[in-house]
Design a protein around this ligand. Structure first.
Ligand code: HEC
Length: 415
């Protein structure tokens, strides 16, 4: 595949995913705050459980909530569901392009577990589906009647899943899969529970029957889970840029602490929007958890005895890259211009860990990261930062041509 087109596709999906994620989380935060701010008082129309006034964009809004449904259904009704579905779909595409397409680079870490590409995909995708099935089972079991007990079990469940993924995937792959699993639960809550229950309620009303209140209660419970899980998901998704979070010895405890932080911060805003006070202790708890996270992350890398390159069987492309006639020049460039920073133990002043965990020391490291080298130093001047090691244009050209020739990619994709 042409690496330049692939890279842009990757960026486009990421862009869409962030946009849909903002739309989903934004509307969900808005509705939670709106719901909590509704006030009950005399003189409300029949069926209205509360109302509130809001001002935005030059006008005033008078919001009223019909708890079950209005006496007659409005002709036009806006459903908020595509924000969630589109976020899941775009996220899934990104997972395929990035983590399943380049699983050797981002998902599999042979120092942790020797998985084939298909095994890794099976565990990742299967885990997401199984996660939802187990979660849903837990919520529908008798335990689901006790909100607090259920919340504690969901918490333990997510941490256990995170721990499990960390035993088989790279730290980065494990964190993103834990995030994806929570996001799958959240999206499935919308598509499988919240929206169908709402539809059943509407159908019962249209048929002139009293809707089953259990439907509303179930939807509310799932909505509450979604509310509290939002912030941890965002942390887990963004964490792939932060190796200290996902690839240190206590990363699984970091997941647990992030869940706590997410929950207490949401709790603060829920209380604030409901005008039930300002529980400032939540910020103290969040800060303490964050300090513990920073402290734990100092424990250092997981199982660093063997380097990944030594146990990795080279792929066909990697062999081509290593045997290319220009490889000697490429090695010289990388060793003289990149390795001082991109080493297991960087010698560059001020660098304590390998940037982005991209080690460029051995031949195997260089061929393994060929595509990244191509994009960051061959076809762009992103690396080294500020061209600190004075890479020349000729050298960049050598890096680019080496990769293009080995994988048979044209220099330009349209002409
Ligand atoms: C002065 C130190 C330094 C040198 C020299 C250097 N890098 Fe980097 N590199 C960094 C830092 C710091 C980052 C992390 C940047 C960030 O956080 O966005 C990085 C990140 C990267 C990444 C990962 C980018 C990503 O977002 O995944 C690649 C690939 C990379 N460098 C390749 C190279 C190559 C190839 C060279 C030599 C031509 C090189 N670097 C030279 C410091 C350096």
């Amino acid at each position: 595949m042409w690496p330049i087109v692939w890279d842009w596709l990757n960026f486009a999906i990421r862009w869409v995913h962030v946009i849909t994620g903002i739309a989903w989380i934004g509307s969900s935060f808005y509705f939670i705050a709106l719901d909590l701010s509704l006030k009950k008082h005399d003189g409300l129309p029949e069926g209205v459980s509360g109302d509130t006034w809001q001002v935005h964009g030059g006008g005033f809004y008078h919001m009223q909530k019909y708890t079950v449904a209005p006496a007659s259904m409005p002709e036009e009704l806006t459903w908020f569901k595509w924000e969630s579905y589109a976020t899941w779909i775009s996220g899934f595409f990104m997972m395929c392009v990035l983590y399943y397409g380049s699983s050797e680079l981002f998902l599999i870490d042979r120092n942790i577990y020797d998985l084939s590409q298909w095994q890794a995909i099976g565990i990742g995708f299967g885990g997401m589906i199984l996660g939802w099935v187990l979660y849903n089972f837990l919520c529908n079991s008798p335990i689901g009647k006790n909100d607090n007990l259920l919340s504690v079990l969901v918490f333990i469940f997510v941490v256990a899943i995170g721990w499990g993924f960390l035993q088989v995937f790279s730290g980065r792959g494990a964190f993103v899969h834990t995030g994806a699993l929570i996001a799958t639960i959240m999206s499935a809550n919308v598509i499988m529970i919240i929206i169908p229950n709402q539809k059943k309620t509407v159908a019962a009303l249209l048929a002139g029957k009293a809707p089953d209140p259990a439907l509303g209660m179930q939807a509310k419970q799932r909505s509450m889970h979604n509310n509290y899980l939002t912030l941890p998901v965002l942390f887990l998704m963004l964490s792939n840029h932060y190796p200290l979070a996902h690839s240190t010895q206590y990363s699984w405890i970091i997941i647990a602490l992030v869940l706590v932080i997410g929950v207490v911060i949401r709790h603060f805003f829920n209380m604030h929007h409901a005008k039930k006070g300002e529980p400032h202790w939540t910020w103290l708890v969040a800060t303490i958890c964050f300090i513990i996270i920073m402290w734990l992350s100092q424990a250092g890398p997981v199982n660093n005895e063997e380097t990944a390159s030594s146990s990795h069987a080279p792929t066909e492309t990697e062999l081509k890259l290593a045997n290319a006639p220009s490889f000697d020049m490429v090695r010289d460039i990388v060793i003289s211009r990149c390795s001082m920073c991109h080493a297991q133990e960087p010698v560059w002043e001020g660098l304590t860990i390998t940037p982005k965990l991209v080690v460029l020391e051995e031949d195997a490291d260089i061929v393994r990261h060929a595509e990244l080298i191509y994009k960051h130093a061959g076809r762009s001047n992103a690396m080294p930062p500020g061209n600190l090691t004075s890479v020349t244009m000729e050298e960049r050209d050598i890096l680019a041509k080496w990769y293009e020739e080995a994988i048979g990619s044209p220099r330009h994709f349209l002409w």
